[in-house]
Design a protein around this ligand. Structure first.
Ligand code: CP
Length: 310
């Protein structure tokens, strides 16, 4: 694997190998006071973020540091991007300064692919940490890792992705990966928040949540991305919450074993009720901690090019 740009590029063997590696790393570090492996000593990893992030940026930094890589964080607001430097010139500058890997988050869909094209010659590898409304592959990997921990193998499991599909890079990455791993995916959203072409993603599309709930093994609630809705939001926040919000009554309609996921950041009271987010059925903090191990696995596969065995 040269870059990680899309879960569409992961076949079942590669995806399973990444998830197994993440699990091995988690077990290896469990209970250790000093979480440090020498694996990526001497390698330089740069996070280049043009959009806000808490979970993804921090967990990539922790992942790199736990593997002894040198991790440098560049945010658009405090770099020469603020003086008008282009993405291409910024990327070539980072490669020339010695970056072995650039982890990019950018508001433009396709930006990670462009970056990979520009950096191929320099031998610098690229990880997509979220490009516009396109993909967020490491989010999907950490979601799959969490689902595997809670449910076992995912083949034959039925998983709903609910909410603002239109603006969601998480949804697209999850559909590709969950289907590769053999799960059935159902997308649930108001018609106004379903992207054109979603019916060709290989998932069922539904507009009512309640009839789906009793059939699910897991439900993934998406954040309503008001910052990408320049023309306003329909249905209204109140209507949305009534029809699609995961409240305690809806939690009761899920089978006992079903897991609740949310990629974060959450809008409590909008797409998910606080009591649901904080219930033991929700795996939201588990998703965040698995994010560190999954990102360690991705860095390892890209930069060391090997599988870790126990
Ligand atoms: N899930 C996710 O990408 O969160 P951040 O925006 O905080 O990184």
């Amino acid at each position: 694997m040269r870059h990680l740009l899309s879960t569409e590029d992961l076949d079942v063997a590669t995806a399973t190998s990444l998830l197994d590696t993440a699990d091995t790393l988690k077990q290896t570090l469990l209970g250790r006071e000093v979480k440090k492996l020498p694996t990526l000593r001497g390698r330089t990893v740069v996070t280049l973020f043009y959009e806000n992030s808490t979970r993804t940026r921090v967990s990539f930094e922790v992942a790199g540091k736990w593997m002894s890589a040198d991790v440098i964080n560049v945010s658009a607001s405090s770099s020469s991007v603020g003086k008008g430097e282009s993405l291409r010139d910024t990327a070539l500058t980072l490669a020339a300064a010695g970056a072995d890997c650039v982890i990019i988050r950018h508001p433009a869909s396709g930006s990670a692919h462009r970056l990979a094209g520009w950096l191929d010659e320099a031998g610098t590898q690229v990880i997509n940490a979220g490009d516009g409304m396109h993909e967020h592959p490491t989010q999907a990997l950490l979601d799959a890792a969490t689902l595997r921990e809670r449910l076992g193998e995912l083949a034959g499991r039925r998983i709903a992705i609910v909410g603002d599909l239109l603006h969601s890079r998480v949804a697209r990455s999850n559909v590709h990966l969950l289907r590769t791993l053999g799960a059935e995916v159902v997308l649930v959203a108001p018609p106004t928040l379903v992207p054109a072409g979603a019916q060709h993603w290989g998932a069922e599309v539904r507009h009512e949540l309640d009839p789906e709930l009793p059939k699910l093994d897991a439900v993934m609630m998406l954040r309503v991305q008001a910052e990408r809705m320049h023309g306003g939001f329909f249905p209204s926040a109140r209507e949305y919450s009534i029809a699609y919000g995961l409240n305690e009554a809806r939690l009761g309609m899920l089978p006992e074993h079903a897991v609740v996921l949310h990629p974060g950041p959450m809008l409590r009271g909008m797409e998910i009720a606080p009591a649901v987010a904080d219930s033991p059925r929700a795996a939201i903090t588990q998703q965040v901690s698995n994010g560190v191990h999954v990102r360690m696995a991705v860095l390892y596969h890209l930069l060391a090019g090997e599988e870790i065995t126990a």
